[in-house]
Design a protein around this ligand. Structure first.
Ligand code: 26Q
Length: 816
């Protein structure tokens, strides 16, 4: 058959309205006068899809005509955020849609707020994946992004009696217009069973995996549009379903109930996103998820995307699989299995191919966050893969012994198989052995990864290690989230090229000294605050004082991120006023904003949320504060809220213990939107500070070497408590029950941990933090100087575009 050229509906108001009504009538089956907001939203989304679809088809055609090396991005998470705004931007339909809908009496903003964001990720890692695939489309780099279509994404957080409650995130319930399933491209995935060995006439051994059960993966496609370049990439998310054979067998046996149960069992695999983003538990279902999406993805690429007669020896010229952390690492033995068991390759040749097909990104420094899977769990679920991992390890350890003869201690240290506390596969080691490149996500992190996390591997293969500093997409986090600032930027730079070439923001530098520009910049910030406060009123019933400095700490709740240090600072300010040591009029008026979800099983994190809410309740209702000190904690921080919060912020809190936050990406979003940072020398803060300059960044706390040194000397938190009156008073007040209805126990989990454990040294950094906050107050008092610093933050952080990150991946990893 010949390809018929495809064109979307005309890019005019009339053309748009016609297409929209078509969708409403024939897609939703409803007439305008009887349509609900949801009908209208779905019809609008489908209409915008029509415009994108034409370009998506054309992109596919163009790429097939001239095949080039492709990126296979493997990630268990994509934290996409709402789709409509970005799709309208990409299709240049925003004004057309607004006008067209208005002629029908429909308000575009109302339809926008109808969208439930797909929260298919936990935080930084998932959002990074979403930024990266945006940038690849914008750069017209061929990429298929693969992942899991969780039926339930990250839980919705609510508060009850100041405590976190989790509500299932039923994001599909009102329809999902941005996806389209392809059940005819289902892939079967096997599990369990055993392996059998046979020899052929040449005496060559063949292994056959005889699995005991299977499921099928149904691909759901999402379009990932570029910007102004007609390119649209694909995000392919897999949904698990029972296979027909599986169903029939039981159905025919007459056991209807059992047939239904087994269907549920299969569908559980893609049911829900695991809400832990550190200290993962070795849950079997999680490993099923990982293998499920990886097996579907490799199969999809090899059997359906490559030409039928493709010579797999050339696989590394066609694809590089980027492993987003260790979650998809099972892809390594899976490719070996396909090549050796299915395609008949010799082991050595298969390994040579496999080694060139994978690259690995590490996102952590915490030892407890490194994934290990008990050997018996893998053996039960994936017996053939376990054998392959053992064989990879055997060969690898031979190589280690050759390089370092007689060093059996090193051999044990480097083994992919840990022996204690139980035999387990160290996924980061498996990734490191197989990958062509290993990267950290910020300069400091990559150094620590090389020297502290994987020192033996970097000694063996120094050239494998590299850095790619994270980035964020300027489309979503500047152009869409901050339309007013975007307009101002475009006005002074003369055009919108900065949206795809963020280094152009340096052109703002000159305007930092222009008083009238500073005034406009302040007006933008003020308007963004108003917009945020309206949202918080509507969304959470929260009232925020309009003129306070807005001091924002939003990120997952983790001890290493030190929300408790932020809390101690707030309690310290409060205490200094109520004790009469400071007059409230001497406090620079501030509203502290928290946003944070705690993993449901993370006790300390949940207690910290309870304390923050309790402190907020008390301070906000204390008339002595006169509104000059306020704490707000809107529930359910997510991408949608971030897009409103970040453009309104004055101060960005990035206060992790040095050496613990791999990179951070919120830090970049704040700087790009003209917030100043108070932060430690950690993750990408280091690079932000270097770029914006020390005069425009509030640095505090120990450096990573100082942290290591204090740890080695023996850290005793209570000695800091005893030697610092402000700290003592703050900790005492927090522990006194003052904020928890006279219930001391309610605060004791957090307070006792700070005093007697404090693994992340909050008490050690307290003094330095409070001093830095005093510098913030002084700086904020000089409005013109503050604005100047804010402008320079925007002008100097173009480096943090994820377009730049993608260029670095291409140069350092993918096209090498
Ligand atoms: C693993 C196994 C089982 C269950 C859950 C997990 C799991 C899930 C998510 C482990 C880790 C995560 C997420 C980690 C994460 O978000 N890391 C962050 O990545 C960002 C992007 O590189 C960095 O900016 C942050 O510094 C880092 O904390």
């Amino acid at each position: 058959l010949a390809a018929v050229p495809v064109e979307g509906p005309p890019l005019t108001v009339d053309g748009f309205v016609e297409a929209f009504l078509q969708e409403l009538h024939f897609g939703q089956g409803v007439q305008l006068d009887r349509s609900t907001v949801n009908d209208q939203y779905l019809a609008l989304a489908r209409t915008v899809m029509h415009y994108m679809m034409a370009e998506w088809l054309e992109t596919g055609r163009r790429r097939r005509a001239e095949p080039t090396k492709m990126i296979g991005y493997l990630s268990a998470e994509y934290l996409l955020g709402r789709q409509l705004g970005n799709a309208l931007l990409a299709t240049e339909l925003t004004e057309v849609a607004e006008e067209g809908l208005a002629t029908l009496g429909i308000d575009l903003a109302t339809l926008r707020s109808q969208e439930i964001e797909p929260g298919l990720g936990n935080g930084g890692l998932g959002r990074l994946a979403a930024c990266f695939i945006d940038s690849l489309a914008v750069m017209d780099v061929p990429c298929i992004a693969y992942g899991i279509r969780y039926e339930y994404g990250i839980f919705r957080q609510t508060f009850f009696n100041n405590r976190q409650l989790e509500v299932p995130d039923n994001w599909l319930r009102l329809g999902s217009p941005w996806e389209f399933p392809h059940p005819e491209r289902a892939v079967q995935v096997d599990f369990g069973g055993h392996t059998e060995r046979t020899s052929d006439e040449n005496g060559r051994e063949h292994v056959q995996w005889v699995p005991s059960w299977n499921v099928q993966g149904i691909p759901y496609h999402y379009m990932v549009p570029g910007y102004d370049n007609k390119a649209v990439n694909t995000l392919r998310l897999w949904s698990a379903q029972a296979t027909d054979a599986f169903n029939l067998q039981i159905f025919n046996s007459g056991d209807h109930a059992e047939a239904v149960r087994s269907q549920t069992f299969a569908e559980n695999i893609s049911k829900v996103l695991y809400p832990e983003d550190s200290t993962p538990q070795g849950r079997e279902l999680r490993l099923q998820q990982q293998y499920f999406f990886v097996a579907c993805s490799l199969h999809d690429y090899i059997e359906h995307t490559l030409p039928a007669d493709f010579d797999l020896r050339k696989l590394p010229d066609q694809i590089i699989w980027q492993l987003n952390d260790t979650h998809p690492v099972i892809a390594i033995p899976e490719l070996m299995r396909i090549l050796v068991d299915v395609k008949g390759f010799e082991w050595a040749e298969a390994w040579d191919i496999t080694k060139r097909c994978f690259a690995y990104t590490c996102h952590t420094l915490l030892p407890e966050a490194l994934e290990v899977w008990p050997v018996d769990v893998i053996g039960r679920l994936l017996p053939r893969h376990l054998e392959i991992i053992f064989r990879i390890n055997e060969d690898f350890l031979i190589e280690v012994r050759e390089r370092f003869p007689g060093d059996e201690l090193r051999v044990r240290r480097m083994s992919i198989i840990a022996e204690h506390p139980e035999r387990a596969v160290r996924m980061a080691y498996l990734a490191s052995v197989a990958a062509t490149k290993i990267n950290g996500v910020a300069a400091l992190h990559s150094e620590l990864l090389r020297d502290k996390v994987l020192p033996d591997f970097s000694e063996m293969w120094p050239d494998k290690f590299t850095n790619v500093t994270n980035g964020v997409t300027p489309r979503r986090f500047l152009r869409l989230a901050n339309p007013k600032l975007s307009e101002l930027i475009t006005e002074v730079l003369g055009d919108e090229r900065w949206v795809t070439d963020l280094d152009r923001l340096s052109g703002l530098e000159a305007y930092a000294d222009d008083a009238s520009f500073r005034e406009k910049f302040r007006q933008v910030k003020a308007a963004n605050k108003t917009r945020l406060f309206e949202l918080l009123k509507r969304r959470d019933g929260i009232d925020v004082a309009p003129d306070n400095m807005l001091d924002v700490m939003v990120k997952r709740l983790h001890e290493y991120k030190r929300q408790s240090l932020k809390l101690l600072h707030i309690v310290h300010l409060y205490e200094s006023v109520v004790s009469g040591r400071r007059d409230i009029s001497d406090i620079v008026p501030r509203t502290f904003v928290f946003g944070a979800k705690a993993a449901p099983g993370y006790h300390m994190a949940k207690e910290t949320i309870f304390l923050i809410n309790s402190v907020a309740e008390k301070i906000n209702s204390d008339s002595r504060m006169q509104g000059r000190l306020a704490v707000v904690f809107p529930a359910n921080y997510n991408v949608t809220l971030a897009e409103r919060l970040i453009p309104a912020a004055d101060l960005s809190e990035q206060i992790s213990l040095a050496g613990k936050e791999a990179s951070g990406t919120g830090n970049m979003k704040f700087a790009l939107n003209g917030a100043l940072t108070i932060g430690t020398d950690d993750g990408a803060n280091v690079e932000i500070r270097k770029l914006v300059g020390d005069d425009h960044f509030f640095l505090f706390g120990m450096s990573e070497p100082e942290v290591a040194e204090l740890g080695a000397r023996g850290y005793v938190p209570s000695s800091f408590y005893e030697q610092n009156e402000d700290l003592r008073r703050a900790v005492d007040l927090l522990g006194s029950g003052e904020f928890t209805g006279s219930n001391r126990d309610a605060a004791s989990t957090v307070v006792n941990d700070l005093l007697w454990n404090d693994r992340f040294m909050a008490l050690a950094d307290f003094q330095s933090y409070v001093e830095a906050q005093a510098r913030v107050d002084a700086a904020y008092a000089d409005t013109e100087a503050w604005t100047r610093s804010a402008i320079l933050n925007v002008a100097r952080t173009g480096f943090f575009s994820s377009d730049r990150s993608m260029r670095d991946y291409l140069d350092r990893i993918w096209l090498r």
